[in-house]
Write a protein that binds this ligand. Sequence first.
Ligand code: HEM
Length: 504
Amino acid sequence: MSALLAAVPWPAPSSCAAAVALLAIAAVWLLCLRLLPFMARRRRMKTEARLPPGSFGWPLVGETLDFVSCAYSPQPESFVDKRRLRHGSAVFRSHLFGAATVVSADAEVSRAVLQSDARAFVPWYPRSLTELMGKSSILLINGSLQRRVHGLAGAFFKSPRLKRQVTADMQRRLAPALAAWRAQGPGARLRIQDHAKTIVFEILVRGLIGLEAGPEMQQLKQQFQEFIVGLMSLPIKLPGTRLYRSLQAKKRMARLIQRIIQEKRRKRIIAGEGDGEAPRDAIDVLMGDGSGELTDELISDNMIDLMIPAEDSVPVLITLAIKFLSECPLALQQLEEENMQLKRRKTDMGETLQWTDYMSLSFTQHVITETLRMGNIISGIMRKAVRDVEVKGHLIPKGWCVFVYFRSVHLDDTLYEDPYKFNPWRWKEKDMMSTSSFTPFGGGQRLCPGLDLARLEASIFLHHLVTSFRWVAEEDHIVNFPTVRLKGGMPIRVTSKDKILHAG
Ligand code: HEM
């Protein structure tokens, strides 16, 4: 700029136009050199003042290493607890998994983020996960398409018809399993997590794609296990890598599901479109959508995504409940009494158990609720801000992520007395639905549509276990990262109640 000024000849006093031009140049120079940086600095300071407190940690890795090391420890929430103390705020900024992130352990802020829609936040997942889920996954789509798929799937998962089917299937599937455990004699050793996985996967997959137990189901389960291990892998798609093998497994699953879809289409044409039959599975529900937006690829991708809770979340809920009950004999006794009463009543009336019977067991439901609070099967969710968003005075700038960390809220001693104690009785006074700090199934437009189904399956499993067996649990530990599970699969030694009665 100074070189530019030197090059301009000094004007004669009469040359008004030249003087004005010079003044203008000087003004622009002043603006560029002094005012603009000053304004930018002011803007930055203002933005910084609205940002939550915190630190970005190390270059490149940010605070990810500490996050991961805490996540592997028995107290993953220690990452948040330390910073909460250090920064004096339950909402703080950090840098996690390559992204500038606002972490929220504040129930009100978390709720506001969950309630907002795609005009403010969109889902954010690590690269390997988005690669494997695909563009049309319900977990990634936004706007009207997400609402459509969510609405259709949610209505089906909540329907009494599906709940009746799942109850009947689960009772039928549990009977031979219980008989086999009994046949092994008193003290038979079971890894309950494996059994819960096998049983729940078969039942939910039948509800999703109508597949019966058999060789195809076995093949699907094998492929699914190959697929799921890649969800938390390095995002490198070269042959031989973990992600590549998982993608190949997904392709094989998609082929099988698309064959099922085509077969259904063929049958529909023969029977005449719109024959008025109620949908039998989730594929029927999505195929019945008349919008033309739901392609076969979208349907098959989403069926695979929906197998994640079938193979993982629900079995882990069951396994954790058994662990917590084993450590709290009083709760186990009350659960057993409640379920035995129901069993006796139904036997006396000569009736089989219905889904409504299981869901009406209030203490059993409290046990499941408390397991969800302590277990934090989904510890939190990530969103990305599509514009600058201000929540409770905290700025979340456009392009930043927000990590809504349920776990810290669920274990907050200002919200839950003695939060590390398994206390199902606390839910006698608390109304779970109106406790806004309790979000194991998320909230807002993305609230888990499978929440009733998850509770129902856990209740049925627990009912049959506690009414048929006594057990002694072996020592096992909860691993919280990358997904929640029991390290040793939760081994228990079961003895049939018939044997105890006969021995008595
Ligand atoms: C213990 C079991 C389960 C837990 C803890 C759980 C938890 C969650 C959470 C926290 C979300 C919200 C994700 C977000 O906001 O981004 C979610 C979404 C979802 N869940 Fe579940 N879930 C469970 C079981 C199930 C089951 C059994 C199904 C269906 C078979 C299911 C289907 C879904 C679907 C489709 C979504 C995505 C909804 C959307 O984005 O529109 N979940 N779940």
